[in-house]
Write a protein that binds this ligand. Structure first.
Ligand code: DC
Length: 224
């Protein structure tokens, strides 16, 4: 099995940007698995299906209405929904909420987990998500659980939104972070949790470079 790095953690911990950088320095591909759940959420929204309606979402997947795939362009992930590049369209709050809802369903998870495992078997990869160390790659070379306090995560999210001109108040963003945490950690199917053999990196008081270095040294210790 090629080198595999699993990075799990709650919403807003900086998993995507940190994972991107770590993968770049190790010269391996990064698969942001949340993007795949977002694509299924987006498919539901575009088809006028309530993401909370399990039966309809699963039927949409069964009939091939949400074919999610990933390809790489200059080392960067391009997320495809039914062959269409949805990399930007999945980055809205609405698509994030829909992703959180559809990620609770067995049919959705098994479809996406299978694809993630296939990809990780083909080349060395870093995967980030919620269940990588526990379900997708239980034998990953290195497992990291990346987290930060809800306030720190909400502040980072607020700065990202401000850059896009979004003026959502801090309290609202913090409430959203807490709601997503609750939904992700209490869902019946593979709730977000730290794998027993994962190493905790709490980035509350670390800057970007310190977090990247913390992860690289964990990978080095495991992989040599
Ligand atoms: O990391 P993100 O915010 O893009 O993820 C969107 C949603 O997808 C999030 O609410 C949890 C879910 N998700 C999941 O259940 N399993 C993963 N491996 C990745 C994301």
């Amino acid at each position: 099995m090629p080198l595999t790095i699993a990075i799990d953690g709650p919403v807003g911990a900086g998993k995507s940007t940190i994972s991107d950088e770590v993968a770049k320095r190790l010269n391996i591909l990064h698969l942001d698995t949340g993007a795949m759940y977002r694509a299924v959420g987006l498919a539901a929204l575009e088809n006028g299906i309530d993401p909370m309606d399990e039966e309809k979402v699963c039927r949409m997947c069964e009939v091939g209405g949400a074919n999610v795939d990933v390809r790489y362009q200059d080392g960067k992930q391009v997320t495809l929904l039914n062959g269409r590049d949805v990399s930007s369209a999945i980055r809205t709050q609405e698509a994030g909420g829909a992703a959180s809802a559809v990620s609770r369903y067995v049919a959705v998870r098994s479809m996406l987990v299978r694809r993630q495992q296939e990809m990780a078997q083909q080349q060395p990869m870093l995967l980030d998500g919620r269940d990588i160390g526990t379900v997708v790659l239980p034998d990953a070379t290195a497992k990291i659980f990346l987290t930060a306090s809800p306030e720190v995560r909400a502040r980072r999210r607020m700065l990202q939104l401000r850059e896009k001109g979004d003026q959502t108040p801090f309290e609202e963003i913090l409430a959203e972070v807490n709601a997503r945490d609750l939904q992700d950690t209490t869902r019946k199917l593979t709730p977000l949790r730290q794998a027993e053999d994962a190493i905790l990196v709490d980035a509350s008081d670390l800057d970007f470079e310190e977090t990247v270095q913390a992860i690289l040294s964990i990978v080095e210790a495991r992989h040599g």
